[in-house]
Write a protein that binds this ligand. Structure first.
Ligand code: ASP
Ligand code: MG
Length: 310
């Protein structure tokens, strides 16, 4: 964003109201998890020797600290698993840095700096955390409709509380029916959020658990917004057995060396079975407000490929 456009952005009544929704969304999400479901909020991690490889190419962003290289967090997935050695149900409002390719600048959905609410539960199944995510979304939207209906009216945004259970479509089914661009097409057609489940092994990261009964299919899911707003969330059950982790890392053409400290941790202390998900806050606010671009609801918007030094 140009500094001249930034002045207009900062003084826009739309941004001001969207930031109120953002602030309320965080409160309601936090309240739901903490007070409703006994989750503990943990602080986010910004720099680490281990972070999410992500399934798509991003440029590595590193800082040097005392002569050692740390990566900036792309997602707290590994830290969520590690935190479950101490606590059973956790979440964080986690700032993520993902240096996405420049082509993603105009998708309306990508920022290189954003926050996600990252949730993880020990010994949970995919179905349990899907149910939890549905309740979280339903609670948050209901509370926003209760508290901020004047804002939504001023945006001319008609939003209704989604009904449980959300519809599910398998990756295989979606691909067969709609081709490679299935997510965009399905999102445009949909009137309510829906799940994409059973994603193929090569389409996700090594830490999503392979279904023991259906090799090649993962016990994972994405949540997709309706009306063309696209992906809301990714999540799933996690690999926790070291042998399986080695196998999956090599299947992705990666090396254990790339995840040295994660592997060291797992060798020393083991990993516990868990499932969880992450919901991008800015994307959620964009959907609630019905905004064209995620930048329109973000105070300091940094788009892929752009230098925005504020
Ligand atoms: N690692 C996921 C993401 O940030 C979130 C999750 O699976 O919990 O995309
Ligand atoms: Mg995702």
């Amino acid at each position: 964003m140009d500094i001249k456009d930034y002045g207009k952005h900062l003084s826009s009544p739309f941004l001001k109201k969207a930031l109120k929704i953002h602030s309320d969304a965080r409160k309601f999400m936090g309240d739901f998890l903490k007070e409703g479901r006994d989750f503990i909020e943990i602080p986010p991690v910004i720099i680490s020797g281990i972070t999410d490889p992500l399934n798509h190419p991003t440029t590595k962003s590193q800082v040097e600290v005392y002569g050692y290289k740390y990566e900036l967090t792309k997602s707290m997935i590994f830290h969520k698993q590690i935190a479950l050695h101490t606590l059973d149900k956790i979440f964080a409002f986690s700032p993520n840095i993902r240096l996405e390719p420049e082509e993603r600048k105009e998708t309306g959905r990508h920022l290189i700096e954003f926050t996600q609410i990252d949730v993880e539960q020990k010994n949970a199944t995919r179905e349990e955390v899907m149910d939890l995510a549905e309740d979280l979304i339903i609670y948050t939207i209901s509370k926003i409709l209760e508290k901020d209906s004047d804002i939504l009216d001023s945006f001319n945004r008609k939003l209704s509380v989604p009904k449980k259970p959300f519809k599910k479509i398998t990756y295989t089914e979606a691909l067969a029916k709609y081709g490679k661009d299935f997510e965009t097409k399905l999102s445009k057609e949909a009137k309510e959020p829906f799940w994409l489940i059973d994603i193929h092994i090569m389409e996700r990261e090594f830490y999503d658990r392979e279904d023991p009964k259906r090799p090649g299919i993962l016990r994972d899911m994405d949540l997709i917004y309706p009306e063309g707003f696209g992906e809301a969330s990714s999540g799933g059950e996690r690999e926790f057995e070291l042998e399986q982790i080695y196998k999956r890392i090599s299947k992705k053409g990666q090396t254990p060396e790339q995840f040295k400290w994660y592997i060291e941790f797992a060798k020393e202390y083991g990993l516990v079975p868990s499932a969880g998900f992450g919901i991008g806050i800015e994307r959620f606010v964009r959907f609630v407000c019905g905004a064209k671009d995620v930048r329109d609801v973000t105070l300091f918007p940094k788009a892929p490929g752009e230098y925005f030094p504020i």
